[in-house]
Design a protein around this ligand. Structure first.
Ligand code: C5P
Length: 238
């Protein structure tokens, strides 16, 4: 481990993945014999500055998670301290539970979805570089290619948003450790779909860096098919 392994990565992996319609929770679903969780861990272990992992899984999957972690670490030939915690009903609760396992040595915390196993290592490094510049919160974003409209409950269009101002937000989302602990410490925590959302509510500036189309989130059976083709293409060196 490098002398400055001061980055902790929190992996929320406790979602049930109901939109995938499979028997296991999403992070335990396989692509070419590797679970999304172990693929994600393998990618995270490529990042030199990462010295601690905290993984939130469904409470009754803690033991199974250890096997997936072991396999990823053996394959990567790198072992770092890992805490496996029970997730909550919402992603926000899963991250909140994870933060109880933070260590004094963790200067930065990067929260990365287990459902985005193909995130390029450069995106992690760009997030860390931005934090090194003194930014407190940073998220990867990509341009939106579709036109986005708001639609009411009767399925009628209300209006069209200005696409030039819209970005799709990904993970890993990076935080100075104390800032993340603080925004999650409020007692009436509002569930948000990402972590930076809580920083925005607290009035903290959120910076952006370029994300990647390769960080796509696996949500539907179609995404899983895409993941398999993507992995096969990468393995064939394309
Ligand atoms: O459901 P969605 O795909 O948006 O979830 C994003 C990530 O958050 C996934 O990796 C999922 O496992 C995780 N999650 C969680 N706890 C929940 C819900 C989702 O850790 N209760």
């Amino acid at each position: 481990m490098s002398a400055t392994a001061d980055v902790c990565v929190v992996i929320p992996a406790a979602g049930l993945g109901e939109r995938l319609g499979l028997a296991q929770p999403k992070a335990f679903v396989g692509v070419n014999n590797w679970s999304l969780l172990s693929l994600t861990i393998k990618r995270v272990l490529e990042i030199q500055r990462v010295g601690h992992l905290i993984i939130a899984v469904p409470a009754d999957f803690k033991n199974e998670a250890l096997d997936h972690i072991d396999r990823a670490m053996r394959e990567s030939n790198k072992k770092i301290p890992v805490d496996v915690v029970a997730g909550g009903i919402t992603r926000t609760e899963s991250v909140k539970n994870s933060l109880l396992a933070l260590d004094q040595l963790d200067s930065y915390v990067l929260v990365h979805d287990a459902a985005r196993p193909f995130v390029p290592a450069e995106v992690f490094n760009s997030v860390i570089n931005k934090l090194d510049q003194g930014v407190k919160v940073v998220v990867p974003v990509i341009p939106v290619s579709d036109t986005i409209k708001t639609v009411n409950e009767k399925d009628e269009v209300i209006n069209t948003l200005d696409r030039s101002q819209l970005k799709a937000v990904q993970t890993p989302q990076g935080f100075a450790r104390d800032v993340l602990s603080e925004i999650y410490a409020t007692s009436n925590l509002k569930p948000t779909t990402d972590d930076a959302g809580l920083a925005e509510i607290a009035g903290i500036n959120v910076s952006t860096i370029n994300g990647s189309v390769e960080s796509f989130k696996i949500t539907t059976p179609f995404d899983l098919e895409m993941a398999t083709s993507f992995m096969n293409r990468k393995q064939n060196g394309k």
